[in-house]
Design a protein around this ligand. Structure first.
Ligand SMILES: NC(=O)c1ccc[n+]([C@@H]2O[C@H](COP(=O)([O-])OP(=O)(O)OC[C@H]3O[C@@H](n4cnc5c(N)ncnc54)[C@H](O)[C@@H]3O)[C@@H](O)[C@H]2O)c1
Ligand SMILES: O=P(O)(O)OC[C@H](O)CO
Length: 324
C-alpha cells in the first residue's frame, strides 16, 4: 500500500488530492492534510470547500489535521512558497522518511532558494522532486485534461513518481532538470503580474505580447545562469505556464496585475506568489549581474515605489539593443 499525503488544503492541494483519489492507482491511499483543525473537521463533514466552489470530495479521500498523516510514503507539499520553510521546520520529524514533492511556485525571499533546495536542507536524506506546470486548481479538480511536469534529479525515483501521480486526464511529463522546472514555475508569476498590469492600465494587447516575450527572455537569462536547461524553460514549466498565467483572469497573479494597473485594491489574503518572487528574483539577478527590467518594474509596482506610467517610462527609455 502506497500512502500519498497532500499537505496544504488550499485550492491546489485539494485539487491534487481529489484528482489522485478519483482514480487512484492500485494499492494507494490518499490523505489531504490541512493545519486548520476546525476547517478540516468541517471539510470532512461537508465534503465541500469554498476554495473550489461546486466541488464534492470523493468518498475515497481522507481529510485530516493530524500531522501524523504527513508520515506517508509520498508527500505533496502544496503550501505557498513563502510558507514552505516554516512548514518544513515544523514538520521535519513527520516528513523524515517521506519522498517530498514540492507543488508550489516561488523563490523564498529570505534565503533566495527554491522549494527543492529548501526541502533538501530540511530533509537531508530525501531526494526532492517538484510537480509544476500550467494548470489551474479548478481545472484539475473538475477533471479537465491537464499536463504537468515532474522533475526529480534521480531518474528512477522520477519515473516512479510520474507513474504514481499521473491519472487518465492528468498527464505528467518527466525531467531531471529540477532547477529549470522550479524556476519556470516561480518566474512566470512575476511576468503574469506585469501582463495583468499592462491590460489593467489600458496599455493594450500588443504591449502585453511584448512584455510576455521580453519577460520570458528575462526568465530564461536568470534560470540558465542558475543552472537550468533552456529546453525546460521552453516547456510546460516556463513558456507553457507563462502563456496560461499571463493571459487568463483565472490567475491570481494576473488579477493582482490587473488591479495594480487599474489602481484598485487587492485582497492581501489571496495567495499571489509573484509578488514576493519578483523581489527575490531581482535580488538573484543583482547578485549575478543579470538585467531584469520587467521584474524590477513588477517589484516597484507591488511595493508601491513606482506607478504604472513610471514603470512604463523606465522600460521604454532603456537603450535600444539587439534582441537576445
Ligand atoms: N491554485 C492553483 O491554480 C495552483 C496551480 C498550480 C500551483 N499552485 C501553487 O500551489 C501553491 C499553493 O497555492 P494554492 O492555490 O493552494 O493557495 P491557497 O491560498 O488556496 O492555499 C494555501 C494553503 O496553504 C495553507 N498554509 C499556508 N501556510 C501554511 C503553513 N505554514 N503550514 C501549513 N499550511 C499552510 C493555507 O492554510 C491554505 O490552506 C502555490 O505555490 C501556487 O503557486 C496553485
Ligand atoms: O492563480 P495563479 O496565478 O497562482 O496561477 C495558478 C497556476 O500557477 C497556473 O499554472
Amino acid at each position: 500500500m502506497t500512502r500519498i499525503a497532500v499537505a496544504g488544503a488550499g485550492a491546489f492541494g485539494t485539487a491534487l488530492a481529489v484528482a489522485l483519489s478519483g482514480s487512484p492507482p492500485e494499492d494507494c491511499r490518499v490523505t489531504l492534510w490541512g493545519r486548520d483543525r476546525a476547517g478540516m473537521a468541517r471539510l470532512a463533514a461537508t465534503r465541500e470547500t469554498a476554495r473550489l466552489p461546486g466541488l464534492r470530495l470523493p468518498p475515497a479521500l481522507t481529510v485530516t489535521a493530524d500531522p501524523e498523516a504527513l508520515a506517508a510514503d509520498v508527500v505533496l507539499l502544496a503550501v505557498p512558497a513563502q510558507a514552505l520553510r516554516g512548514f518544513l521546520a515544523e514538520h521535519r520529524a513527520h516528513l523524515a522518511q517521506a519522498m517530498p514533492v514540492a507543488c508550489c511556485k516561488g523563490i523564498d525571499l529570505t534565503t533566495l532558494e527554491g522549494p527543492t533546495r529548501l526541502m533538501a536542507a530540511a530533509l537531508p536524506r530525501s531526494r526532492p522532486a517538484i510537480l509544476t506546470g500550467p494548470a489551474f486548481a479548478a481545472d484539475i479538480a473538475r477533471g479537465l485534461p491537464t499536463a504537468l511536469v515532474l522533475a526529480c534529479a534521480d531518474e528512477t525515483l522520477g519515473t516512479g513518481l510520474q507513474r504514481l501521480l499521473s491519472t487518465p486526464v492528468l498527464r505528467l511529463y518527466r525531467t531531471a532538470d529540477v532547477v529549470g522546472a522550479e524556476l519556470g514555475g516561480a518566474l512566470k508569476n512575476v511576468i503574469a503580474i506585469a501582463c495583468g498590469a499592462c491590460i489593467g492600465g489600458g496599455l493594450g494587447e500588443s504591449a502585453r505580447a511584448a512584455l510576455l516575450t521580453r519577460g520570458f527572455a528575462e526568465m530564461r537569462r536568470l534560470a540558465i545562469a542558475l543552472g537550468a536547461e533552456e529546453t525546460t524553460l521552453m516547456g510546460l514549466s516556463g513558456l507553457g505556464d507563462l502563456v496560461l498565467t499571463a493571459t487568463s483572469e483565472g490567475s491570481r497573479n494576473y488579477r493582482l496585475g490587473l488591479a495594480l494597473g487599474r489602481g484598485e485594491g487587492f485582497d492581501p489574503g489571496v495567495t499571489v506568489e509573484g509578488a514576493a518572487t519578483a523581489r527575490a528574483a531581482l535580488a538573484l539577478g543583482g547578485r549575478l549581474g543579470i538585467a531584469m527590467p520587467v521584474t524590477a518594474a513588477v517589484a516597484g509596482l507591488v511595493e508601491g515605489r513606482l506607478t504604472l506610467p513610471e514603470a512604463l517610462r523606465v522600460l521604454l527609455d532603456r537603450p535600444l539593443r539587439a534582441e537576445i
